[in-house]
Design a protein around this ligand. Structure first.
Ligand code: MG
Length: 160
């Protein structure tokens, strides 16, 4: 049986923090606030993978009150989630995602993000889609108070 999973995440934008999205550090006057590296795309992708098999959410595996996840590189969360679905006999067909950020423009970084996601998930880059939108100057994204990401995955049962 095929199954789908969905994940979403938001982080506040603040001065004095790096902006890491999809494992890429992006030059910006504002960065993402959070306990780990605050990578919204990796977090949304992790929740999508977990959600596909109803395995809970990222916070149940990596609580943000735990000191060891401070400034942690979030690709390890995604890697872990993919490991869980593989243990259950599933593999990833593809991931699609959207990042909402007012600025800077993310287009120059999209392929590097796809590469990082593909590597963490152990699939080909052709199966990984990353899209970017602005907030059209409205709402928390448009007012540069937040960065958001949403991801959806399809997982397929391996024939055994
Ligand atoms: Mg998060």
């Amino acid at each position: 049986m095929n199954r789908i999973g969905f994940g979403t995440d938001i982080h506040r934008l603040v001065a004095g923090r790096p902006l890491v999205i999809g494992g890429v550090t992006i030059e910006s006057d504002l960065g993402a606030d959070g306990h780990s590296d605050a990578d919204v795309l990796m977090h949304a992708a992790t929740d999508a993978v977990l959600g596909a098999l109803a395995l809970g959410d990222i916070g149940s595996y990596f609580p943000n009150e735990e000191e060891r996840w401070r400034n942690a590189e979030s690709s390890q969360f995604l890697r872990y989630a993919v490991g869980l679905i593989k243990e259950k006999g599933y593999s990833l067909a593809n991931l699609d995602s959207v990042i909402d950020l007012e600025r800077p423009k993310l287009r120059p970084h999209i392929d590097a993000m796809r590469t990082n996601l593909a590597e963490a998930m152990g699939i080909d880059i052709e199966r990984v889609s990353v899209k970017a939108k602005t907030g059209e100057a409205v709402d928390s994204v448009g007012e540069r108070r937040a960065v958001r990401a949403q991801a959806i995955v399809l997982v397929v049962r391996e024939h055994k």
